[in-house]
Design a protein around this ligand. Sequence first.
Ligand SMILES: NC(=O)c1ccc[n+]([C@@H]2O[C@H](COP(=O)([O-])OP(=O)(O)OC[C@H]3O[C@@H](n4cnc5c(N)ncnc54)[C@H](OP(=O)(O)O)[C@@H]3O)[C@@H](O)[C@H]2O)c1
Length: 254
Amino acid sequence: MSIRPIFVVAGVGNASGTGAAAARLFSKAGYRVALIARDQKSLQTLASKLSEDGGEAHPFAIPSYAPQDVRGAFTAIRKQWPKEQGNDIRVALWNTAAAVWKPFLEITDEEVKEGLEVNVAAAFAFSREVIKEFKSNELNELGKRGTLLFTGATAGIRGNVTTSAFAAGKFGERALSQSLAKEFGKDNIHVAHAIIDGPILTDRQRSRHDTEWQNDQNVRLDPESIAKAYVYLANQDRSAFTWELDLRPAHVKW
Ligand SMILES: NC(=O)c1ccc[n+]([C@@H]2O[C@H](COP(=O)([O-])OP(=O)(O)OC[C@H]3O[C@@H](n4cnc5c(N)ncnc54)[C@H](OP(=O)(O)O)[C@@H]3O)[C@@H](O)[C@H]2O)c1
């Protein structure tokens, strides 16, 4: 029996958003799932649910997104599923983001620092571990060693009146993804960035909007629909790699 490839996702929150939806869909698609985030309880609950549904998932809680903690998660993944036993990490998703929405003059030094540390420095640390893993993989049936995905945002391509700090981080994340796509394409490593151009139906967004908005699929993105696009990207073969795609609900103004 062949060993299931591993899908690693960083950023799962309370499991109501894109990170958890991607975990569910990759699990259904036959991947083992490594869940990286800060809340052990929420990770354990999601991992148990995925396992009950016939998948195999494991929580890798980290105290913070500091580079050493992100690296520590990969050490723990390797302890759980050793490379020598044929366990390959084949898809990874950087989904974490620290968002500050404030007028420029109200943003503190700490918020700028946190935004850059989480959205840029931690994304670098995650990508480094993933690229090292992919480089040790053989080519798979799609002619690639692995797929590294980034959840981006409108703020990754456009600054706005309250997004100076957030956009600086998301632009940085997008720049990182493009640089990696170019540097590692020759190694048959696929790197893709998804611009999520609209609000995602997470618990946080639910608490801000009325039921009419929540039920209207024309105005907000479903996390499952984003996850479907991620599975599509992971299934692309080496003759047609997307670096960037954008996703938005039908009625959103752009
Ligand atoms: N929600 C939206 O409307 C929307 C719209 C466009 C783009 N996006 C993008 O979608 C991704 C998030 O997906 P999601 O909104 O569906 O939610 P999600 O899957 O629940 O993920 C949110 C993640 O962000 C992390 N996070 C939040 N605040 C943080 C902070 N201050 N420091 C460190 N980590 C923090 C949480 O980490 P823990 O798991 O460790 O708690 C959580 O994993 C982000 O890249 C975001 O830019 C979201």
